[in-house]
Design a protein around this ligand. Structure first.
Ligand SMILES: [Fe+2]
Length: 231
């Protein structure tokens, strides 16, 4: 896949940014919403429980969330899939019991002008590791496992690729501190752009083209909300 508006996508890119846009009360409201939402999917392989933010469960919170994102992102559209009634999901809650592997969330539509993703930690500790390297193909999970590379994705599933690999050995300190759940050969040539230590009350805004993953630092489980946006 090749994005039709690649230049526009690149022009919208910026460095990752931490913001504090939600009050303690709003975070509580988001957690309450999470409890009330129906479960969407339990991905056994990734050991993650996902729930989609359906609109109209808490209309007041829908409004607050959208307008606060607009304050920091400017004009944007939601791009986190749609419900059965064709309403945009406002995000995906992901409750992880083990760290997510190396991937990119560029989506599956070449016509989309992908923009930022907003990650809001709800239960810590945890980290998101953002790499400098960017990816301009479909959503992909990166691996050096020969078997895994044979995986043929169904619509809506990530590609598998090892094309991110470079020559240089990955930083050993960084590896042992945050990334020892991964094969170090899967990190060859990569450099870290940002280690984002999750803090409740903050959100991380990062381009959808950045390769990223979770750190190995999970205590039982962590819970976050991610909203994918487009222009
Ligand atoms: Fe992601």
């Amino acid at each position: 896949m090749k994005f039709k508006n690649l230049e526009k996508i690149k022009n919208l890119e910026s460095t990752p940014k931490k913001v504090s846009i939600f009050s303690e009360k709003e975070i509580k409201m988001i957690l309450e919403l999470y409890k009330n939402l129906p479960e969407t999917r339990f991905n056994k392989k990734q050991n993650v429980r996902k729930k989609a933010w359906l609109q109209n469960y808490n209309k007041e919170l829908d409004k607050i969330y959208f307008s606060k994102l607009k304050d920091v992102l400017g004009d944007f559209k939601m791009d986190s899939l749609k419900s059965e009634t064709n309403e945009d999901y406002f995000g995906l809650f992901h409750e992880s019991f083990s760290p997510l592997p190396l991937h990119v969330d560029t989506g599956f539509d070449e016509n989309t002008i992908i923009y930022k993703q907003v990650i809001t930690p709800l239960i810590t500790p945890g980290d998101t590791i953002v790499f400098k390297k960017r990816w301009y193909g479909r959503s992909t999970t990166f691996t050096v496992d020969e078997e895994e590379l044979k995986f043929k994705p169904k619509p809506g599933q990530n590609d598998r690729s090892s094309a991110h690999i470079g020559k240089e050995e990955f930083d050993k300190d960084m590896y042992s501190k945050y990334l020892n759940h991964l094969d170090i050969n899967n990190l060859r040539g990569l450099k870290v752009e940002m280690v984002y230590n999750w803090k409740v009350g903050e959100s991380l805004i990062v381009d959808r083209t950045h390769i990223h993953c979770a750190s190995s630092r999970i205590k039982n489980m962590k819970l976050g909300l991610t909203t994918f946006t487009k222009k």
